[in-house]
Design a protein around this ligand. Structure first.
Ligand SMILES: [Fe+2]
Ligand SMILES: [Fe+2]
Length: 176
């Protein structure tokens, strides 16, 4: 979703303003609803405390990622608001949105890379089987359309498909 959002921001409205705003609004809403409200809280309340209880090796990094989680929701709301500003007030808001959207995408990509490269390997090393079972059960409830274990047709699944169909090709399957 982040990659597609980045491509949409770079592409700009071209000759279809209405579609551009519709797609970006849906993408921002998806990110706000799914990772910010479902994924991050589970990391903050389960995964991070589990690791911290067993190892202090990466506690500084965990503190940094916690701060990211704390501000992530605010940042995505700010972007949603700025996009409406651009749509309502015109192109003078374009640069501000584009700048902050690019910043947010980089911020988020870096966050995910740190989790993949440093948090997950540490978790694999220090957590026990019972803790993994708890984590698996909780994260499986997220219904991420990108997860291989997803239950079909959750509302996020429907939203994700909708965005894919709407986004102009080659970003999505919609009319370019
Ligand atoms: Fe996270
Ligand atoms: Fe994460």
């Amino acid at each position: 979703m982040l990659q597609s959002m980045s491509l949409m921001v770079k592409r700009g409205p071209e000759n279809n303003q209405e579609l551009f705003f519709k797609v970006l609004r849906a993408m921002l809403f998806y990110i706000d609803e799914f990772p910010e409200k479902q994924h991050h809280p589970k990391e903050s309340t389960l995964l991070f405390p589990f690791i911290k209880a067993r190892s202090a090796r990466i506690s500084d990094l965990i503190d940094k990622l916690e701060i990211d989680h704390k501000y992530g929701e605010y940042k995505i709301r700010e972007l949603e608001h700025l996009l409406i500003g651009w749509e309502m007030l015109g192109d003078k808001k374009k640069d501000e949105f584009t700048h902050l959207a690019t910043q947010y995408i980089n911020f988020y990509m870096q966050h995910m890379q740190l989790e993949e490269n440093l948090i997950i390997p540490e978790a694999l090393e220090v957590l026990n089987e019972e803790e993994w079972e708890t984590l698996d059960a909780e994260f499986a409830l997220n219904q991420d359309p990108l997860s291989p274990k997803r239950p079909r047709q959750s509302e996020y699944d429907v939203l994700f498909t909708h965005i894919t169909q709407l986004a102009p090709a080659p970003i999505g399957l919609g009319e370019s």
